[in-house]
Design a protein around this ligand. Structure first.
Ligand code: VAH
Length: 319
């Protein structure tokens, strides 16, 4: 992995992935692409950037032909709640974009990464310590896209020998780019509201356990998986990943260590609650640990400290 093209570079993961890859592989060796322009003074604008709608195969191929990457990281996708509001558009974007990206990887012989999600599981999946290989019958459009994506990536590996690699991300928590349209977003919003307003109304109900992970651990996992010895990757499409299984009251208590007055109440959103209820409570990550050394560094308390401190710093700069 030396020259990397990334789609969805302005998204929640892309924003931090581009910066990390540029730091590791050199600024000019990472082409960031997205459907809109980055802000002029942003980190993304600080290196190669091109506009790309991932459903436009011709434009995608043109960029691959001119930049000549050896690795393609396909991050552009709609998240679960947005996909549920507009399922047909989600199918076109999530699956159309993925097919174009996989085809580019096949034709130009590129190593390939795209994220799957715990959204690839459904109500009939074992809910606790969900195994790596298990029932996958999701009930959301996002989940349907993710299962199909995992299967397509595996198909391209077996049939066309494309070096596809993927992970099932849990909810990802970051203070850099706020997510949009995800079911797990409450666990990001809660920190921003704690610092800014001292209270938060969660759209996910108490006692709803979901897997989560701090973004730095997620980015490190992508790099580690892509650099891993391919021979050892038995479950390459896609590995269960998680660093914590949490519910809103646990986050509240962690925040109250620093903000004792913080108040949490609930305004549950039925669409996102239904999606959350269909996902596992906690997943088993032993295959990722065994096959390529997945080893997240942040638990809830450590993550809470860095999230609150980073958001406080942001607020100071803005005031
Ligand atoms: C979502 N953050 O909520 C995403 C995700 C596991 C959750 O894939 O849609």
């Amino acid at each position: 992995m030396k020259k990397i093209m990334i789609t969805g570079a302005l998204g929640q993961i892309g924003t931090e992935l581009v910066v990390k890859c540029r730091a590791l592989y050199g600024n000019d060796n990472v082409l960031a692409t997205d459907i809109r322009e980055p802000e002029a003074d942003s980190a993304i604008a600080n290196g190669p950037f091109e506009i790309l709608d991932v459903t436009d195969k011709t434009r995608m191929y043109e960029l691959v032909e001119s930049f000549k990457p050896d690795t393609f990281m396909h991050m552009a996708a709609l998240l679960s709640a947005t996909a549920e509001k507009n399922p047909l558009f989600a199918w076109d974007l999530n699956m159309g974009g993925l097919m174009n990206a996989l085809e580019a990887a096949r034709e130009f012989n590129l190593q390939f990464f795209t994220p799957s999600s715990i959204g690839a599981f459904g109500p009939s999946t074992p809910k606790v310590n969900t195994p790596q290989v298990t029932i996958q019958r999701p009930t959301s459009m996002y989940g349907v896209n993710k299962v199909a994506g995992e299967l397509l990536c595996q198909y391209y590996f077996e049939k066309f020998n494309v070096d596809t690699r993927s992970v099932r991300f849990p909810g990802l928590i970051s203070h850099i780019k706020e997510p949009g349209g995800g079911t797990t977003d409450y666990a990001v919003d809660i920190y921003f509201k704690a610092v800014r307003e001292g209270r938060y109304a969660s759209f996910i109900d108490k006692n709803t356990f979901m897997d989560m992970k701090y973004m730095e651990d997620a980015i490190d996992a992508i790099i580690q998986l892509m650099e891993a010895d391919g021979v050892k990757l038995i479950n390459r499409n896609a590995y269960n990943l998680s660093a914590m299984s949490i519910e809103p009251e646990m986050v509240k208590e962690a925040i109250q260590e620093y903000y004792p007055e913080f108040e949490l109440d609930y305004e549950v959103d039925s669409v996102r609650q239904a999606i959350a209820d269909s996902w596992p409570n906690s997943i088993d990550v032993s295959c990722a640990r065994a096959e390529w050394g997945f080893n997240p560094q942040y638990d809830l308390n450590k993550m809470t400290k860095v999230m609150l401190e980073a958001i406080e710093d942001k607020e100071k700069v803005q005031s």
